[in-house]
Every structure is written in structure tokens, then in C-alpha cells.
Design a protein. Structure first.
Length: 438
């Protein structure tokens, strides 16, 4: 089996090392030797002395490498939308199976890749696109294929999990925790994709597509990052026996119209310390799956890094190579359900709202009336004194911390909007969803 590798960065170089160091074992598992036919890179002159390969196999002509007759399989670890999409479509239509770690491409236009794979009779595998080395996508696609998955809840971004874990452990603010994550190498120089939730949203789309047999793209995912999470939010969560995590939540159920649909969202949320995801710290990932027959399942491990991601890539390479030897193609897309995606306004959960209000009689009753008018039921209210926003305001200021019963996102948004218009509300200091509890 001759392999074309597109990209030789952190992940690509680890893939090469694993292929060379485990050559004998891979041959035994596949049933034929696995050889690297070529490696496409942008800078062929870069020093790669540490890689155990002939320098002559490096090329800048990725498309030419893919089209070679002696290439059986293609591994893509370049990332991005183009030119990766064009390369993989070319390979798949030519009947060459593809292994990719490109979550952004799969989330934006995975349908095009699956269509090309079907046209060419080739496999498309992408275990490494979500949660690194954690065996997650294949269980969703294969092991649970006879079951009905109802919800997938996960921590799928290690950078944000490290930041929120640091805020929880030390009481630091977001900026300080981000600086620590950057210094330790957990955050990129430009962390936007992580802290604004883009990375997690792409992974949520892939998970929802597999779990619910429906094409879901990143554009279908409601996305919020963690930049607005404050030290006060973290402290309030602790007071409630909770912690804050950036969650991807994909669920299947009936909408307001009674028709079956799916909801896919990424946002920070409070979860009780008793929840299995609450103890997932540092830069680890974990995904909690709920299915009708199997019940609750948990997948946990390192979700990023060169070696863990390369491990997932090589697992897929072995699978598609064995399929090619056997003359079969197994990883077809399953989209028979074709369920609609519910708008975020119909998502139902509980909420934690912090209000900076005037500390005078009748305030609580006025606030409670706003919640009642919007059909949002209050579960608990806690009051604390606060530094006044307006020192000249009569009666001083207070903080109201309100936790609601379950309500739609649209109702909560209308409530917050009305609260902001009250003269007794100095500010809506924070709004967080509360997941995983009764």
C-alpha cells in the first residue's frame, strides 16, 4: 500500500515517524507493507533531518502526487478549506481512499467529500478530526449504528478547557488564564478559533452529523466563546456546586411543532460537580454520549497534539488499507434521517443570571414580574451587596443571582432584554446556561 501524505507539520511528521517506527506491526495488521510514496509540503527546503525518510520524496506538487498511478491512499493533514478540498475530491473521485484530520473542511463542506467518495467507490475516514486520539467517531458511526443516539455533550477543545480549569483553580480572570495558556503552549499566538468557539463548533457539526444521520454544517451550530466568562461567574458557579465548561451539545428530539429535529450548540455552561464532565481538567477532552439502548457512555483522553492525533490517523490508515486489499468500501455516509436543525431560540435549558440592581424595596418583585411575563420560572434567588455602579444612586446597589427552571432560549433572551430596560437594573452582569442537572 503506497501512501501520499499531504502536509508535514506537527501531525504529519508524527505520522511519518509512526509509519517508519512501526513498519513491521503495520504490515502485519494491514496484510501488506505500507510505504510512503511522497510527501507534499509548501517548503521542501526546510530542515527535516530528524525524519527517517529520503529527502527526495518531498514535493510541492500535491495534486501531481495524488494523481500518480502508484499512490493507493491519501492522508491530508494540511487543514483549511482550499486547496485541501480540491485535492481530496480529486483523490476520492479517482478511487483513492482518504484519511483526513481536517475538521474545518468536514464541517463546512463534508457533503462534497462524501459525494466524491461515493462516486469513486473510495473510503473517507476522519477519526482524527475530533478529539485527537480518543476513539469516538468510529463508535458513533459503527458501534452504535443499531441504536438511537439522543444526545452528545462534550468538551472538545483543550485550550478553552485549560483556561476555564485555571480560572476555577486559581480565581484568575480570563485574560490572565489565557496568558498562562499561551505561555505553556496550549493556546496559539492567535487563539480566536479556540476562545470564540469556532474549533468546537466544527467538531460539534461532525458529531451531530454522525450521531443523527443528518448533514449538519458549522453554519448550523449556534456558537458562543468564553471571552465573556468572568472570575465572578466562576465564583458564582462554585457557590452553586458547579463548574464552567465550554460545551458542545447536540441533541435529538421534538421541536415546538412536535416534529423531530436536532439542536446543535456550543457555549460556556455551568454543570454540577457531580456530572462526569465536571472533573475533566487541563487540556483534556471528553465526550458524553446518551443512547436509548446503550445508555450513557463516556469517551476521555488527550484531544490534541502531534502524537495523539497521528495515532488516530494511523488507525484510519490501517482500516482503509485493509479495505482496499479486500476490495471493499465501508465508510459510507449515513444521512437517511435528514432531520431539520432547530433554531437556537427553541433550545431549552436552565439559566444563571447576575443582575446589578438598586438596593431598595420592591426591586425583587419588579424583577420577578419580568420573568413571569416572559414565561420564565425562577428556581432560586440569592442577593449580595455590591460596589455601587452609581455612588449617587439612592439606596446603594446589590447583586441578584437568579437561577431559572427550564425555559426556551428565546424566552430568556426576551427576559434579559426587558430587564436591561428597567431603571432599577444597573446592568445585566452575566448570563450563563446551566446544563446537566434537574
Amino acid at each position: 500500500m503506497r501512501l501520499a501524505i499531504l502536509g508535514c507539520g506537527t501531525v504529519g511528521s508524527e505520522v511519518v515517524r509512526l509509519i517508519q517506527s512501526q513498519s513491521a506491526d503495520l504490515t502485519a495488521r494491514i496484510g501488506a507493507p505500507l510505504e510512503i510514496a511522497g510527501i507534499a509540503v509548501r517548503r521542501p527546503g526546510r530542515d527535516r533531518a530528524g525524519l527517517p525518510v529520503d529527502p527526495d520524496i518531498f514535493t510541492t506538487d500535491a495534486l501531481g502526487l495524488i494523481k500518480r498511478d502508484d499512490v493507493d491512499l491519501v492522508v491530508e493533514v494540511v487543514g483549511g478549506i482550499e486547496p485541501a478540498r480540491s485535492w481530496l475530491v480529486e483523490a476520492l473521485r479517482a478511487g483513492k481512499s482518504v484519511v483526513t484530520a481536517n475538521k474545518a473542511l468536514l464541517a463546512e463542506d463534508g457533503g462534497t467529500l462524501h459525494d466524491a467518495a461515493a462516486a469513486g467507490g473510495a473510503d473517507l475516514y476522519y477519526e482524527a478530526a475530533v478529539a485527537g486520539a480518543i476513539p469516538l467517531l468510529r463508535p458513533l458511526r459503527d458501534s452504535l449504528h443499531g441504536d438511537t443516539i439522543t444526545q452528545v455533550t462534550g468538551i472538545v477543545n483543550g485550550t478553552t478547557n485549560f483556561i476555564l480549569s485555571a480560572m476555577d483553580a486559581t480565581g484568575a480572570g480570563f485574560t490572565e488564564a489565557l496568558e498562562e495558556a499561551t505561555a505553556l503552549g496550549y493556546a496559539e499566538a492567535d487563539p480566536t478559533a479556540d476562545i470564540e468557539g469556532f474549533d468546537a463548533a466544527a467538531k460539534a457539526a461532525i458529531l451531530a452529523s454522525l450521531a443523527f444521520h443528518t448533514r449538519v454544517t458549522a453554519a448550523d451550530v449556534h456558537r458562543e466563546g468564553i471571552t465573556r466568562v468572568t472570575a465572578a461567574d466562576v465564583a458564582s458557579a462554585k457557590a452553586m456546586g458547579c463548574t464552567i465548561k465550554l460545551l458542545c451539545i447536540a441533541s435529538r428530539g421534538t421541536g415546538a411543532d412536535g416534529a423531530e429535529s436536532v439542536s446543535v450548540r456550543v457555549h460556556p455552561a455551568m454543570i454540577p460537580l457531580t456530572h462526569p464532565l465536571a472533573s475533566v481538567g487541563d487540556a483534556f477532552n471528553a465526550v458524553f454520549v446518551e443512547a436509548e439502548a446503550a445508555g450513557q457512555l463516556m469517551f476521555y483522553g488527550r484531544g490534541a497534539g502531534g502524537a495523539p492525533t497521528a495515532s488516530a490517523v494511523l488507525g484510519d490508515v490501517v482500516a482503509v488499507a485493509r479495505n482496499r486489499i479486500a476490495g471493499i468500501c465501508t465508510a459510507s455516509e449515513s444521512t437517511y434521517a435528514a432531520l431539520p436543525v432547530r433554531p437556537m431560540g427553541e433550545a431549552v435549558t436552565r439559566y444563571h443570571i447576575s443582575l446589578d440592581v438598586a438596593d431598595r424595596p420592591g426591586v425583587l418583585a419588579t424583577v420577578a414580574n419580568v420573568f413571569a411575563r416572559q414565561g420564565v420560572s425562577i428556581a432560586t434567588v440569592r442577593q449580595a451587596s455590591a460596589e455601587p455602579v452609581d455612588p449617587a444612586a439612592p439606596g446603594g446597589d446589590a447583586i441578584l443571582v437568579i437561577v431559572t427552571h427550564r425555559a426556551t432560549d428565546a424566552a430568556l433572551a426576551a427576559t434579559v432584554e426587558e430587564l436591561r430596560g428597567l431603571d432599577i437594573v444597573r446592568s445585566v452582569a452575566g448570563v450563563l446556561r446551566v446544563e446537566g442537572g434537574s
